[in-house]
Design a protein around this ligand. Structure first.
Ligand code: SF4
Length: 370
């Protein structure tokens, strides 16, 4: 299995949550309770008179979930409510005598589950484990309430003489792509490991300020940069600093591309082309491919007053019946077209994909490159 289990927190949390639910649902059956009602019942027992809103805040629940569980506990006779004397909109919640007769057994069930889990942690490490778990929870609360996603920069090359022909450029690599090309060499960028160390956009901005006198421009590449929510505002910042930008895209995002062209946010575009239109889906790792957005991007670039080039990577699998003539017509407006041959590597999405034979590769180069 290629997934790195060591860092798969998402899956681990999911398994932990489902196992916990299964355990509690089974143990609580004699009380007609389920895992969902348990924390609510304990919160009420430990803070008699608590309100539903306070439960929402303490447990980070949505209101509907709390309302449903409070109603269920009331129907079972474990809790009751009374109107607040000071604020008629509020109801205070209390446990009933019935709850008090079973609560000791419920605490014991909780204690048993804790014991099961903690056998994996040596006693002396338990306090550290608990404080770290609390820190994870606090981070999760903050992050889950954060609306905007910062730019996910994966890597920064401070200086490159190759990324932008004729210029010394800084190169910023972002993560994530809407394709899953079998030939993609950026496996860890499109299947981002949970523990991947991303770069802080603030420190990138500082580095850009430090280097603005030494570099002739910035190249932004991916993954697919236009997937990043913060990209346009980042590009506007660069424009304010008079820093030229070359962007590499797969052409599937004509709207932000149009915005970049209208506002003069990019000075050069490199279009990553995957195949002719009939074979695009397979080369992009998709089941089907709608050529509409790509043809819109090509039209925008064709009408734009900036330089743009197209890069096509050929391989030994997905180009058997492809039509170089169709691609040449599609890319007629490009200033340059470059054809590169796939290299078989371990980092590739499909590590078995090989290069096109030399004769075929030369043919593609001759028919397309300019
Ligand atoms: S479009 Fe580029 S970055 Fe995205 S999956 Fe394909 S090769 Fe990788």
């Amino acid at each position: 299995m290629l997934m790195d289990a060591r860092t798969d927190l998402l899956l681990d949390l999911n398994i932990l949550s489902r196992a916990t639910q299964k355990y509690y649902d089974r143990q609580l059956q004699p009380f007609n309770l389920t895992y969902a009602q348990l924390p609510v019942l304990l919160m009420i027992y430990e803070s008699e008179g608590i309100t539903a809103n306070q439960i929402v805040n303490q447990g980070q629940y949505d209101k509907g979930t709390v309302t449903k569980n409070v109603q269920k506990l009331e129907a079972l006779g474990y809790i009751e409510s009374s109107l607040s004397r000071t604020d008629k909109r509020l109801r205070h919640l209390y446990t009933t005598d019935l709850a008090k007769t079973v609560i000791a057994q419920i605490y014991a069930i909780r204690r048993d589950w804790w014991n099961h889990l903690m056998t994996a942690i040596p006693c002396r490490e338990a306090p550290l484990f608990l404080s770290q778990t609390r820190a994870l929870v606090e981070n999760a609360i903050v992050a889950s309430n954060t609306q905007s996603m910062p730019l996910l920069f994966y890597r920064m090359e401070r200086l490159s003489a190759r990324a932008w022909p004729g210029r010394l450029a800084m190169v910023l690599h972002v993560t994530g792509c809407n394709f899953r090309c079998p030939g993609c060499q950026q496996r860890s960028r499109i299947m981002l490991p949970e523990d991947a160390r991303l770069l802080d956009p603030g420190s990138i901005r500082e580095e850009i300020d430090r280097r603005s006198g030494f570099v002739d421009g910035i190249v932004i590449t991916g993954g697919e940069p236009f997937l990043q929510n913060g990209l346009i505002s980042f590009l506007r910042d660069l424009k304010d600093k008079h820093i030229p930008v070359r962007i590499k895209t797969n052409g599937l995002f004509p709207d932000p591309l149009a915005c970049c062209l209208q506002e003069g946010l990019v000075q050069e575009v490199s279009l990553e082309i995957r195949n002719d239109l009939q074979h695009y889906a397979a080369s992009a790792g998709l089941k089907s491919f709608d050529p509409g957005p790509l043809t819109r991007s090509l039209k925008l670039l064709g009408n734009a007053e900036i330089s743009w080039d197209a890069v096509l990577e050929v391989d030994d699998s997905w180009f058997q019946d492809s039509d170089p003539g169709q691609l040449a017509a599609l890319l007629a407006d490009a200033d340059h077209i470059r054809v590169i041959n796939h290299k078989r590597t371990e980092q590739c999405v499909d590590p078995n994909l090989g290069p096109m034979d030399e004769h075929g590769y030369r043919d593609w180069k001759e028919r397309l490159e300019k």
